[in-house]
Design a protein around this ligand. Structure first.
Ligand code: SF4
Ligand code: MG
Length: 328
């Protein structure tokens, strides 16, 4: 990786599964060492974006640049030296760890597959990773099913970080865990990110989980990005009606602000990506929708520190507030 290339740059990423338009033209970049939270309801396409970035999926079109290299154009062999640059942590650690392997082998496997580390090196790096994620070295000689859910997710994180990636994709890393351990795993990720400095795409449906972790927030709705901006701006002045609705529904650990939020219910379920609504895809649920929203796709407008796609937002970034607008 050279110069000031972003850690990750997606340009017009499209992933269709037959007629299902799971991801429909997503552009996004993450600077080195920064955390971008990708938020949206389940079914919005955010996990599909994550899987395209680690090449578990071959995108229909668009580019995925990691440290300046478009990895979508590489053969398996050409891809090998870039594998170590990006890792992923999945939602369910039980499903992503091989139950027949000792934990130490699970964590060391990415290094062994790259083939340039001795057994001794791998052993030393496994010990380093175990200690970084707060597990004792004896854990290396156990099987993952002998561990708790929180310990298993620590093992997944150790495995993801052992090759010193420049980018970590964390796909709902705490949502399959007991509520009692979610905060400790989230704090661990935040501490590791600050200490090591990898860039991170943090995928979640829960906006409150990103308040202390993300530098930037990108909001997806039915396969498209509808708003992005700094965490400060999104939390204090969410501009898109959908972002406002998500925030109003999020339990935020700040009582005065919590009281100020009026719950705005989104009502219906997310429409199907098989046949997304015309115009603004949010128009079937938006309390502010008007005629143009049904026929015209709102362009992605550049505002103070990001972008937003809504017909009601003015070029200076001001727009409606669904919490104060009378939409009865
Ligand atoms: Fe709502 Fe229309 Fe804005 Fe879409 S473009 S978010 S439907 S007001
Ligand atoms: Mg998902």
């Amino acid at each position: 990786m050279s110069g000031d290339e972003p850690a990750l740059e997606l340009a017009d990423l499209v992933m269709h599964f037959g007629a299902v338009r799971a991801v429909d033209g997503v552009s996004l970049s993450i600077r080195k060492g920064q955390v971008t939270a990708l938020v949206g309801e389940s079914g919005s396409g955010k996990s599909t974006v994550g899987r395209c970035i680690v090449r578990l999926l071959e995108p229909t079109s668009g580019t995925v640049r990691v440290g300046g290299t478009d990895i979508t154009k590489l053969s398996r062999r050409q891809l090998r030296p870039h594998r170590k640059d990006v890792s992923i942590v999945f939602q369910d650690p039980a499903g992503s760890l091989d139950p027949r392997m000792l934990v130490g082998d699970v964590i060391g496997e990415p290094l062994r597959l790259q083939g340039d580390a001795s057994r001794r090196d791998v052993q030393a790096r496994v010990d380093r990773e175990l200690s970084r994620v707060g597990l004792r070295s004896e854990v290396a000689r156990r099987y993952s099913h002998e561990l708790s859910g929180g310990q298993r997710q620590r093992v997944s994180i150790a495995r993801a970080l052992i090759s010193d990636p420049t980018l970590l994709v964390a796909d709902e890393p705490t949502s399959a865990l007991d509520v009692s351990v979610q905060a400790s795993v989230l704090n661990l990720l935040a501490d590791l990110q600050r200490d090591i400095g990898f860039a991170c795409l943090f995928i979640t449906h829960d906006l409150s989980a990103v308040e202390y972790l993300a530098d930037e927030i990108a909001v997806m709705y039915l396969g498209q990005l509808i708003e992005k901006g700094s965490r400060e701006r999104i939390f204090s002045r969410p501009t898109h009606p959908y972002t406002q609705a998500l925030l109003a529904a999020a339990p935020i650990a700040d009582p005065p602000r919590q009281r100020a939020r009026q719950p705005v219910l989104l009502g219906d379920d997310l429409p199907s990506a098989l046949n997304p609504p015309t115009g603004c895809r949010f128009h079937t649920r938006c309390p502010l929708a008007f005629d143009r929203c049904v026929t015209e796709v709102p362009p992605l407008l550049e505002i103070e520190d990001g972008t937003v796609a809504c017909h009601l937002v003015r070029p200076d970034g001001t727009g409606p507030d669904i919490r104060t607008t009378d939409h009865s």
